[in-house]
Design a protein around this ligand. Sequence first.
Ligand SMILES: Nc1ncnc2c1ncn2[C@@H]1O[C@H](COP(=O)(O)OP(=O)(O)O)[C@@H](O)[C@H]1O
Ligand SMILES: [Mg+2]
Length: 185
Amino acid sequence: MLKIVLLGAPGSGKGTQSEKLVAEFGVPQISTGDLLRSAVSNQTELGKKAKSAMDAGELVSDDIVVGMIRERLAEDDTENGFILDGFPRSLDQAKALDSLLDEMNRPLQGVVHIKVDNEEIVQRLMARGRSDDNEETIRNRLKVYQDQTQPLVKFYEDKGLLTAVAGVGEIDDIYARIKAALPAG
Ligand SMILES: Nc1ncnc2c1ncn2[C@@H]1O[C@H](COP(=O)(O)OP(=O)(O)O)[C@@H](O)[C@H]1O
Ligand SMILES: [Mg+2]
């Protein structure tokens, strides 16, 4: 059983580290960014609504992402847990997640905060070069992260759920730190 949130700036390595956790623990990674990008490329109604916010590096509306998470968590493969990547991204989303997990009687076990400093983040995102990774969007996403997502550090700290790990160095070394930070049970 592993029910965790990976918290960290865009480009902090949440996706990379999730893949390794998925392989080892056999629970799915749930990435709102990946779900949204797939909705955009499939040109669904939801994708059409989300696209402009994504292109601008803004947050997509809560009703869209919370609805997506609600549906995804209802699927059978989350029976043994989940790794949330890129959600929650604001206090409102964190509170929505709390009540959702309450409803389902599946409380969160822990939150791992992958810490990488801003300069390194900008370098990584510029190198990644996804369509929502141009310089202006990157700058805006970092601002959105600082304003809206960073407050989650305190929110989860206050709940006694947060562990921070250094997100720099070799991927395998970071993974070892994350494993050491995982909640027991
Ligand atoms: N929880 C969320 N709430 C609102 N918007 C989101 C959320 N997750 C992803 N998005 C949208 O999708 C974009 C890409 O997200 P993501 O793939 O998680 O980026 P990264 O992995 O670089 O942090 C975000 O900039 C945002 O527009
Ligand atoms: Mg990601």
